[in-house]
Structures are given as structure tokens and as C-alpha cells.
Design a protein around this ligand. Structure first.
Ligand code: HEC
Ligand code: HEC
Length: 294
């Protein structure tokens, strides 16, 4: 606060406290004549107001409030830039709470950090801690139930872009992932893309136009097999999805598949090493592992 505002706040606060006290003093009794039946002179509809003192307890409550405010303003920040005698700050309180929480959780994090994910996924306390981290950090993209959304993989099924083993899972969380499906609108004409859509549908066992699918298959075996595999079962090293399981990251309708092939896709899973640190990432990995284990 600048010097001006500092004094401005102090002035308003002090004037207000003094003002309250003055008002109280002034109204505790209008005139002190000692006459019980004296009126203030206010009349309304024939009703007159007696000039009686405020009840003692009532007056004292106000006095206590005033004393409290003065003591408070001396101990805690409130008067402009004056920090208060106790030196209390919001940041200080927050830091204290964080330190307290650390003291409780740090030994737990450390204990679980050395337990392999496969084992940890069976420890209830660990997966509960992992779940809380998940709900705070991951749900925006993967959903609070981890079932994902268009472009954000379902983490509860048995279909894994990067493989189900615990190491791959932890890698995804710590270092992030970037799936690169190239765009083909410059490479293929509309008929060729239609053919590819039919063939991709056929891989998942859907009813398709056989003739078109044959055109697509030939193109697939030139261009797509490198990543999605000759059998269409994908490649976990590249995050290329399995195209034969009828589980879709972006959607399995002809329109969506055509869009995927024309425009390409680039799903990005952000790295969480810096955001969560290794120990929390380990716990959340155990939680995710436990989801599809059942
Ligand atoms: C360079 C490797 C690569 C090549 C080549 C490639 N893809 Fe892909 N494809 C991927 C990756 C990686 C993804 C996942 C994209 C993501 O994670 O955002 C993907 C996603 C897809 C999807 C979406 C699947 C879903 O579950 O929604 C379809 C469909 C697809 N590819 C079809 C094809 C076809 C057809 C071709 C050939 C014309 C092809 N891909 C060529 C790597 C490749
Ligand atoms: C900003 C959105 C976003 C956030 C936040 C996010 N993810 Fe992801 N995640 C993705 C996307 C997109 C992919 C798919 C990447 C691809 O297409 O290759 C993914 C992929 C993954 C995978 C790999 C799935 C597979 O099939 O192999 C795992 C595991 C995962 N995320 C776990 C997590 C966890 C745990 C968190 C929280 C700590 C998290 N994600 C936070 C967007 C996100």
C-alpha cells in the first residue's frame, strides 16, 4: 500500500472506532436529569418516547466489541501497513498448514514410493490417496470416473494406447505422451479416403462395402501398416491405436474415421513429473492400474 492509502485506511478505521464510541456515549442517555418520566420530546400518534438509559448489559456488549476491535488492531494486521504485533500473515498460515500436511503425508509417500505399482494397486490406502490425486489433477481430461472422453482415453478398459504394463503407465504420467496421426487430405482423394474408412470399419468387424474396402486395404498396406501394424492391432511404442477392437479414441462412425484420416490427430497427454513429483505420480499410477485390473 502506498503511504497515502496507508494513512487513509488508518484514518477511516480510527475515526470509525472513535465514532462508534462517541455515538454510544452520546445515546446511552440523552440528558441526565434523574427524572424517570422525562421524555425526549419525540411524539408519534400520541406515543411519547421516554428518555431512559440503555440497559447496562446492552451497553457493555458494545463496549466489549470496541475493546476487542482495538486489541485486534494491535495484534493483527488491519491498520494500513501496520503488520500487527503478532506478525501473523495469510501466507504464513498457509505455509504452516502445508508443512503440517507434509509432516503427515511425506512418510506415507516415501513408504509407497518403493513399492512396485502392481503391488501398490492392491493396497487400499494407497489407491485411495491415488484417487484423490486423480480427481484433483486428471479428471478435467479423463473424467472423474476415468472413463475419458472423445480424444481422451478411457483408463478403465483393457485397451491401452501405450501398453498396459506398469512401466508404460508411469511413463505416460511422468513424461506425457504425444500421439501423431498424420493428415492424409493432401495424399488421398475422396474415393481413396472412403475406401480407407470402409477398410478400417471392416477391421473392427463392421458391415462395409467390400469393393471399397479392398481399395482401402491396398492403401492401408502401403501407408498405414507402418504404425497400426499389418494386422491393424496398433503399436504401443507409437501410441497407434488398435483398429480391430471397436474401441475408439475419437469415434468409430464413418464421418469421424474419415475426419481422422483427412485431418490427422494429435492427442497430447501433458507430463506430470513437475506438477505432481515422482511420489504422487507413482500413487496415481497405482490407482489407474487398479481401475482396469478388475
Ligand atoms: C505415423 C504413424 C501413423 C500412421 C502412418 C497412421 N496412423 Fe493412424 N494413428 C496414429 C496414432 C499415433 C493415432 C492416435 C492419435 C492420437 O493419439 O491422438 C492414430 C489414430 C488413428 C485413428 C483413430 C482411432 C480411434 O480410436 O479413434 C484411425 C481411424 C487411424 N489412425 C487410421 C489410420 C489410417 C487409415 C492410416 C493410413 C492412411 C493411418 N492411420 C496412418 C498413427 C499413425
Ligand atoms: C490436458 C488433458 C490431460 C490431463 C490433465 C491428463 N491427461 Fe492423461 N491423457 C490425455 C490425452 C489426450 C491422452 C492420449 C494421448 C494420445 O492420444 O496419445 C492421455 C493419455 C494418458 C494415459 C495413456 C493411456 C493409454 O491408453 O495408454 C494415461 C495412463 C494417462 N493419460 C493418465 C493420466 C493421469 C493419471 C493424469 C493425471 C495425473 C492425466 N492423465 C492427466 C490428456 C490428459
Amino acid at each position: 500500500m502506498s503511504e497515502f492509502w496507508n494513512w487513509w485506511v488508518i484514518l477511516i478505521t480510527v475515526v470509525n472506532v472513535l465514532g462508534c464510541w462517541a455515538l454510544l456515549y452520546w445515546t446511552r442517555r440523552m440528558k441526565d436529569s434523574g427524572d424517570e418520566n422525562e421524555t425526549t420530546g419525540h411524539v408519534y400518534d400520541g406515543i411519547e418516547e421516554y428518555n431512559n438509559p440503555l440497559p447496562k448489559w446492552w451497553l457493555n456488549m458494545f463496549n466489549i466489541c470496541l475493546v476487542f476491535s482495538v486489541v485486534y488492531l494491535i495484534l493483527y494486521p488491519g491498520l494500513g501497513n501496520f503488520a500487527g504485533v503478532l506478525g501473523w500473515t495469510q501466507q504464513g498460515q498457509h505455509a504452516e498448514e502445508v508443512a503440517d500436511a507434509k509432516a503427515i503425508y511425506a512418510p506415507l509417500f516415501a513408504k509407497y514410493a518403493s513399492v512396485p505399482i502392481e503391488e501398490l494397486s492392491k493396497v487400499k490406502q494407497a489407491t485411495q490417496m491415488g484417487k484423490r490425486i486423480f480427481v484433483n489433477t486428471c479428471f478435467g481430461c479423463h473424467g472423474s470416473d476415468a472413463r475419458g472422453n472423445k480424444g481422451y482415453p478411457d483408463l478403465t478398459d483393457k485397451d491401452w494406447l501405450y501398453g498396459k504394463d506398469a512401466a508404460a503407465l508411469e511413463q505416460s504420467i511422468l513424461n506425457g505422451r504425444s500421439g501423431m496421426m498424420p493428415a492424409y487430405e493432401e495424399v488421398f482423394d475422396a474415393a481413396q479416403i472412403d475406401g480407407l474408412v470402409q477398410y478400417v470399419g471392416q477391421l473392427s468387424g463392421n458391415q462395409v462395402n467390400e469393393q471399397q474396402a479392398d481399395i482401402g486395404k491396398a492403401l492401408y498396406n502401403q501407408q498405414c501398416y507402418v504404425c497400426h501394424g499389418v494386422d491393424g492391432k496398433g503399436n504401443v511404442a507409437l501410441g497407434a491405436p488398435n483398429l480391430t477392437d471397436n474401441i475408439w479414441l475419437y469415434g468409430g462412425s464413418s464421418t469421424t474415421i474419415a475426419e481422422t484420416i483427412r485431418k490427422g490427430r494429435n492427442g497430447i497427454m501433458p507430463a506430470h513429473k513437475e506438477i505432481l513429483g515422482k511420489e504422487k505420480s507413482h500413487l496415481v499410477a497405482a490407482y489407474v492400474y487398479s481401475l482396469s485390473d478388475k
